[in-house]
Design a binder for this molecule. Structure first.
Ligand code: XBP
Ligand code: MG
Length: 259
């Protein structure tokens, strides 16, 4: 069977474009809790456990259910969580504006290669749309948002990753089939979403929180995309000699049926 031509790269955001979870989202949640007068504090270890739940509002709810089961938030808990999460988004945007969270190694290079080659780019993320704009604006520049033909983010689909919905929504907007796409992800929830959406080619760049997760169906698992002179480490057994994840490699993986 010949594989459909690769037309689109779909990027996850958190953990994939930048290491936003530990020093971005986690800090923003803690600042929102403090601003509300709550003594909740998510340290790095606890946050790693909470990452099993995708979506900030969903994560807060899970924490309340497990750690403060009687907490009702002065009335309507849904409203309380929504308000707290709005504060968290405000803090996340502030942290991004401070500009201390750079893109991961190789991300800007690969985006440039794909644009040069005429591929289309999309984003498929669980995070709030404003966070995506804030990250792209701070780490690249305002123009970067326009490089993406679709930004599928947050509550635009009710079922967040690992459900396939966000990838299905992005592909529908682009008018492409899964076989025309490759996705870049950093987590087990992310790859489950990609694979359930039928996308054959998945590049995984792990981070501290996801390094020991399972990546069944990954085309390749690396520690970073890498740069010339700053090679990636290949963590899966296939393609062991790879030094950099570039468009040529992604095309080769795609033509091989994703693996
Ligand atoms: C990212 C997430 C998000 C962020 C928080 O998952 O789970 O929930 O941690 O974002 P993925 P919000 O990288 O798989 O898309 O607080 O804006 O929901
Ligand atoms: Mg991610």
């Amino acid at each position: 069977m010949t594989m459909a031509k690769l037309e689109v790269l779909l990027f996850d955001v958190d953990g994939t474009l930048a290491d936003t979870e530990r020093d971005g989202h986690r800090v923003a949640f803690n600042r929102a809790f403090a601003e509300r007068g709550l003594d909740w504090r998510w340290d790095e270890g606890l946050y790693g456990e909470l990452l099993a739940v995708t979506g900030g509002k969903e994560r807060i709810r899970r924490y309340i259910e497990k750690t403060h089961p009687g907490f009702s938030g002065e009335g309507d808990l849904d409203e309380y969580i929504a308000g707290l999460h709005q504060l968290k988004t405000k803090h996340f945007k502030q942290i991004m504006a401070e500009g201390r969270l750079p893109l991961r190694s190789g991300v800007l290079r690969l985006i440039g290669e794909a644009r040069q080659a005429g591929l289309r780019l999309g984003i498929a993320t669980t995070t709030t749309p404003a966070n995506v704009t804030a990250l792209l604006g701070a780490a690249i520049g305002e123009e970067a948002t326009s490089w993406f033909d679709v930004i599928a983010a947050g509550d635009i689909v009710p079922a967040k990753k690992p459900a396939p919905d966000i990838y299905l929504w992005a592909m529908e907007q682009l008018g492409v089939e899964p076989a025309q796409c490759a996705a870049l992800e950093d987590s087990e929830n992310g790859i489950k979403s990609v694979r359930a959406a039928g996308i054959p080619t998945v590049i995984i760049t792990v981070n501290g929180y996801t390094r020991h997760e399972r990546f069944d169906g990954a085309s390749i698992v690396v520690d970073q995309l890498g740069e010339p002179g700053e090679p990636c480490e290949v963590l899966s057994s296939n393609r062991a000699g790879t030094r950099i994840v570039d468009l040529a490699l992604i095309r080769a993986l795609h033509e091989a049926g994703g693996c």
